[in-house]
Design a protein around this ligand. Structure first.
Ligand code: SF4
Length: 371
């Protein structure tokens, strides 16, 4: 329509090593992936696999499971084999569970070698076992569990402290020639977290797992994660993301996918462009937007649907979308690809939009545009 080209991405991606987490590549030119963590007891294989299936259905690409006990370690083999997405075992302190996770065929292990350094040769043995099995390791530095030595040196979990800790942890593996690593430096304060990742990104080429830890309940955690990940990803920093919410893990995935879609790091799916409504609105915009969203839920094609409350900005926005409605005088003008195709009474707006959306989606699928 003669519009100037809109930049499709914000920055070149930071150059990082590529590692392979099962079937999902992380780092290098691999797309930024979304991961989450189960909330079930890992030893409850049925419940854990059920939750993994739900996460997979919601678009999660990698899943992490906690492994605090021997029963959990014993469950890993079945979970890793039956999960449709790569499984990462999350282990603290216990080297024997790391070996169990590698033997179980987990796609990766999250463990901090600093925690197991006291066990003499264990870091060397883990490096050897992981290397032989081709199992990468995530080093996860967390403000809440920062090494006491660094807390004393820096006074608190500053970005510098988090980065020094991460690079020291990595060096414990590097001593044994092991570099199949990704790193996270999480903090609950997005500003500290962004600065930590920026510094870390400049000082190593390991792929980075982004996370704001203990981000809080859904609303606050969503905002904190979106702000922090948005800042970093827009600078090309970040290779895989995990949104942490005090909410069901499928919610984390939804937020993670939306962040990537908003930054054009993932193909957009259904997008509802609806106005905030104002004194000029001639229709209940919130209700209309909700009804259209509900009616089109689950649609996988990148369809932009505009729902506008009046004819002031309405027709303009509706024209920019694949499909849209501009309401006024108890009627809705329905637009498809910039053309008014019909005007319907208000009561028919939702069903007409859904009908037209289905037609466009079918055509997009035929043309191979589906994500
Ligand atoms: Fe107000 Fe109309 Fe703009 Fe909606 S489209 S915010 S109703 S002016």
């Amino acid at each position: 329509l003669g519009m100037p080209d809109v930049p499709t991405k914000l920055a070149d991606r930071r150059v990082s090593r590529k590692i392979q987490v099962g079937t999902v590549a992380v780092g290098g030119d691999a797309p930024v992936s979304v991961q989450s963590m189960t909330t079930t007891r890992t030893s409850d294989v049925g419940a854990t696999l059920q939750q993994i299936a739900e996460l997979t259905a919601s678009g999660c690409q990698i899943v992490r499971v906690a492994c605090p006990t021997q029963d959990d370690a014993d469950a890993l083999a079945v979970i890793a084999r039956k999960s449709q997405i790569p499984v990462i075992a999350d282990i603290h302190f216990q080297p024997k569970y790391v070996f169990a996770a590698i033997d179980a065929g987990c796609a990766a292990v999250r463990v901090n070698p600093g925690n197991i350094k006291q066990f003499d040769d264990k870091v060397r043995e883990i490096a050897k076992a992981a290397s032989e099995a081709g199992t990468p390791i995530r080093i996860g530095v967390n403000a809440g569990s920062l090494d006491r030595r660094l807390l004393q040196k820096y006074g608190k979990a500053t970005p510098e402290a988090l980065v020094e800790s991460a690079l020291w942890e990595a060096s414990l593996f590097e001593e044994h020639g092991f570099r199949d690593i990704k790193i996270s430096v999480k903090h609950n304060d997005p500003v500290v977290m962004v600065n930590a990742y920026r510094q870390l990104a400049a000082r190593c080429d390991y792929p980075l797992h982004l996370g704001v830890t203990e981000a809080g309940p859904a609303f606050q955690g969503t905002i904190k994660s979106a702000v922090a990940f948005g800042a970093l990803l827009s600078e090309g920093i970040g290779d895989t993301i995990r949104v942490s919410l005090s909410a069901p893990p499928a919610e984390e995935v939804k937020v993670g996918l939306q962040i990537l879609e908003s930054l054009n790091l993932k193909q957009r799916r259904l997008e509802i462009v609806s106005c905030p409504s104002c004194g000029r609105a001639q229709v209940d915009v919130y209700k209309l937007a909700d009804q259209v969203t509900a009616g089109l839920e689950g649609m996988e094609v990148p369809l932009r649907v505009a729902v506008m409350g009046c004819v002031v900005n309405g027709p303009g926005e509706a024209r920019e979308a694949d499909l849209g409605v501009a309401s006024g005088n108890g009627k809705g003008q329905i637009f498809v690809k910039g053309e008014v195709i019909k005007t319907v009474p208000e009561s028919k707006i939702v069903e007409t939009l859904i009908e037209e959306a289905m037609k466009i989606a079918e055509q997009m699928e035929k043309d191979g545009v589906a994500s």
